[in-house]
Design a protein around this ligand. Sequence first.
Ligand SMILES: NC(=O)c1ccc[n+]([C@@H]2O[C@H](COP(=O)([O-])OP(=O)(O)OC[C@H]3O[C@@H](n4cnc5c(N)ncnc54)[C@H](O)[C@@H]3O)[C@@H](O)[C@H]2O)c1
Length: 237
Amino acid sequence: MAAQAGVRYSVKNPRTYLENNINGYFNILEACKENKINHLIQASTSSVYGNNNRFPLNENLSTSSPLSFYAASKKSTEVLSHSYSYIYKLPITCLRFFTVYGPFGRPDMALFKFVDKILNNKTIELFNFGNHYRDFTYIDDVTNSIEKIIKKPPKKNIPFEIYNLGSNSPISLIKFLRFIERELGKKAKIKKIKMQKGDIGKTHADNKKLTNRIKYLPKFNTEIGIKNFIKWFKEYK
Ligand SMILES: NC(=O)c1ccc[n+]([C@@H]2O[C@H](COP(=O)([O-])OP(=O)(O)OC[C@H]3O[C@@H](n4cnc5c(N)ncnc54)[C@H](O)[C@@H]3O)[C@@H](O)[C@H]2O)c1
């Protein structure tokens, strides 16, 4: 999990992604090898799919054209994993998360920023004029899946597997914002702006591979997820 996350910040400061995500991940691989770890689970991202538009996105699509340095750094960790898995027989499962949200979510992500700004009467900058689609994935669907996958290390000759972990139900950012407004009982002030550098228009996960492996089925829809986040946010702030 440890990484420098975030697409937008990688445009400003790519070096920190090189140092933390690539060099840092190399240290993790070495530590796992030295300590003969039974199973390494790594957090990767839907960003590796770049501009692929064959939805839903499945694990066999090409991921060799990342659009941001963040995506490039996470893709790099996937290929570093493959080599360690092949050479040292280190079992590694790579999970490609799709926009994870929920309590304790990152302050630079949409849900946190939207709620914070609405409550404080500040203007929300809506990227890509609100036309983004994201496969928002509730945090408990992620953690429950990790718990299950821990017990299932890959067993093949090259013990390395990649799985998408999404919700398989993309929604537009404008609709996402409308759910938040409804839950808060308050309208947002919005300024629609253009697409940000390195960003992608849509994500939509094909989860079949993970479903076959651990009977994965997302349990939390966006409305419940937003409700839970707001409850947490009001107690936390
Ligand atoms: N949140 C998402 O929607 C999302 C989507 C796809 C992938 N991911 C991946 O999931 C993981 C967790 O993301 P998150 O959203 O919880 O981010 P986060 O920033 O909340 O958590 C990352 C943690 O890593 C720590 N860290 C960073 N560099 C480190 C280093 N060199 N040594 C030790 N610790 C370090 C940070 O201090 C932070 O606590 C990341 O690998 C991210 O790339 C997240």
